[in-house]
Design a protein around this ligand. Structure first.
Ligand code: F6R
Length: 613
């Protein structure tokens, strides 16, 4: 959840680290700090609060040199304060560490270190790491070996970066388990380390991802990767196609707004090269799927968290409808504890923007342990979820910086629709006419998303009407039921308004008691097979005095007559309708939060990659 940046090379590390941290601030932001080797000592600057505080501190007390490491923190052990901010120094101030993850055995390790006379100056688990390194250095090991021995003592999942004033020619880092990525950026005569790609995109697009239980010694001239046991690892490089500008806000007020508007592009990109209109077929070569394998699939278990799980719920309807394969959706945090029924004819399909969400990765590992085929739909190329999968579909949305996921919600809807068609085709369960019609519908999607986005001004007006509400109910049925969940999640996470998504048909079994003039009800009522049913639901909400905000298809006078406000979407084939119905709800949540003057891109308590359980 925390952000990490490291630099070694001829340049001054301070601006490189500050700039990198800015790109990572979305990951966690209750304190920030950096450590720089200056001549023969290490200087540390750190402060509680946002990165701007650290920048001010560095302006007041400048520091320059190299190598350097930096960190933005999302507190786990110890309150957000200066003393708990990273980097953490050892007792003699010669070694520093930044860390992402939780040292699960830290109480035990701290007791052992205290018994040796070590004094702790923070409440963090991370501080044990630097004292352990010092301990191993004191008995004669060099930094690499001291780090290796320390890594071997830690329980839990970690991304760790450390350096020493006594060996300024190197930075040592490691990835253990799924606490978020450790990415090495390769430059000429200089190298970079980061927890996520945007931090180093200004400098290089050549990257190497550390796998779990690997460590690297990063020098100016090169990088050496080994397993934690010291066995050399052959580097597998990746070239990142995004450019640094893709991680800038540009003309928009917030990344979230920019990312909502990027959906025409992201949907176009996720279709590119995969839709063969001439043949009326879908091509997903990354899945390595043969007709024989497709026919063997008995069941698909979709696993994901939050927004990605709601995308999976839409996928369930699509895959069952088009490919006639039974699908279940299990949220990542429950999967591994539910003793899921999985065998080699089961596909576990993980959906994840970051590809680093700890719960989703744990679910995938459980699937692997039980012999399932592992697939993933992932945005961050090279992330752990992608690497451990047997086949993976890349969302192709470019970097998503705003904490609230938007473009990485709609792309996997389309990816699952394509997957469903491919599976049906390979299993021979789809007649040619239907297949061609389903494939042809895909080409409409970027334009339909664009036409929905053009209505932002109307959505903003509704946002002004709702800006002071305390609660909000979102109702949907069938394929648009998960969009009710997603709309409610978007609103609550960035505007802090209590919002609940509910299957509309369930309203009469309880939640209807909540509806009065203070409870706005957002009803998803596009022209889909559940349209008639939604109209009666709208009438029921109206009869209790609720303000109805309907998401409706252009020209639908029946819904317009019943609703206080309408968020219009263009006529869309029903199986793709969630792509367009999600967009006004993203814009609605965005504008309500922006009107309320909230920190849209970095809502309180949230982080972009949730790398702890
Ligand atoms: C909500 C949101 C989260 C993520 C969830 C999974 O807007 O972004 O609910 O969807 O934390 O993250 P990924 O997709 O990275 O696995």
């Amino acid at each position: 959840m925390c952000g990490i940046v490291g630099y070694i090379g001829p340049r001054d590390a301070t601006p490189i680290i500050l700039n990198g941290l800015k790109r990572l601030e979305y990951r966690g932001y209750d304190s920030a700090g950096l450590a720089i080797v200056v001549e023969d000592r290490i200087e540390v600057r750190r402060d509680a609060g946002k990165l701007a505080r650290l920048e001010e501190l560095v302006r007041a007390e400048p520091v320059s040199g190299a190598p350097g490491i930096g960190h933005t923190r999302w507190a786990t052990h110890g309150s957000p304060s200066v003393r708990n901010a990273h980097p953490h120094r050892g007792s003699n101030g010669r070694v520093v560490v930044v860390h992402n993850g939780i040292v699960e055995n830290f109480l035990e390790l701290r007791d052992e270190l205290r018994a040796e006379g070590v004094q702790f100056s923070s409440d963090t688990d991370t501080e044990t790491i630097v004292h352990l390194v010092e301990h191993h250095l004191a008995i004669g090991h060099d930094l690499t070996e001291a780090a290796r021995r320390t890594f071997g003592q830690l329980q839990g999942a970690h991304g760790i970066v450390l350096m020493s004033a006594d060996e300024p020619d190197k930075i040592v880092c490691a990835r253990i388990g799924n606490a978020g990525g450790v990415v090495l950026g390769l430059g000429e005569g200089e190298n970079f380390i980061a927890s996520d790609i945007p931090a180093i995109l200004d400098h290089t697009r050549q990257v190497v991802f550390l796998e779990s239980r690997q460590m690297a010694v990063v020098r100016r001239e090169g990088v050496e990767i080994t397993s934690l046991d010291g066995v050399p690892v052959t580097m597998r490089g990746n070239v990142i196609a995004w450019d640094a500008a893709a991680a800038e806000k540009g003309e928009y007020r917030h990344f979230m707004q920019k990312e909502i508007h990027e959906q025409v592009r992201s949907l176009t990109d996720t279709l590119a090269g995969r839709v063969d209109l001439h043949e009326g077929r879908i091509r997903l070569p990354e899945l390595n799927l043969t007709p024989d394998q497709a026919c063997r699939i008995r069941r698909i278990l979709i696993t994901a968290c939050g927004t990605a799980a709601y995308a999976g719920m839409v996928g369930k309807i699509l895959i069952e409808k088009i490919a006639r394969i039974p699908v279940e959706v299990q949220i990542g945090s429950e999967f591994r504890y539910s003793d899921p029924i999985v065998d080699e004819n089961t596909v576990v399909l993980a959906i994840s923007q970051s590809g680093e969400t700890a719960d989703t990765l744990a679910a995938m590992e459980e699937g692997r342990r039980k012999g399932a085929v592992l697939w993933s739909i992932v945005n961050v190329v090279g992330s752990q979820a992608m690497r451990i999968s047997d086949g993976s579909i890349s969302m192709q949305t470019g970097p998503e910086i705003g904490v609230a996921s938007t473009k990485a919600f709609t792309a996997p809807l389309v990816d699952q629709y394509m997957l469903a068609i491919l599976l049906a085709d390979l299993r021979g369960t789809l007649d040619e006419k239907t297949r061609r019609a389903l494939v042809a519908d895909l080409r409409l999607i970027p334009d339909l998303a664009g036409r929905t986005l053009e209505r932002e001004a109307e959505v903003e007006k509704v946002a002004w009407a709702l800006k002071d509400v305390r609660d909000c109910l979102y109702l949907g049925r069938g394929i648009n039921m998960p969009i009710a969940y997603e709309g409610a999640l978007k609103l609550k996470e960035i505007s802090y308004i209590h919002a609940e998504g509910y299957p509309a048909g369930e309203m009469k079994h309880g939640p209807i008691a909540l509806i009065d003039e203070n409870m706005p009800v957002v009803c998803l009522a596009p022209k889909d097979p559940w349209h008639e049913k939604m109209i009666s639901q709208i009438q029921q909400a109206r009869a209790r005095g609720g303000t109805v905000i309907a998401v409706a298809t252009d020209g639908d006078e029946v819904v317009a007559d019943q609703a206080d406000h309408v968020l219009w979407v263009p006529v869309t084939p029903w199986m793709l309708s969630p792509v367009v119905t999600a967009i006004p709800l993203q814009m609605l949540a965005y504008h309500i939060a922006a009107i309320r003057g909230l920190d849209v891109d970095q809502p309180r308590n949230l982080a972009k990659s949730v790398t702890v359980e």
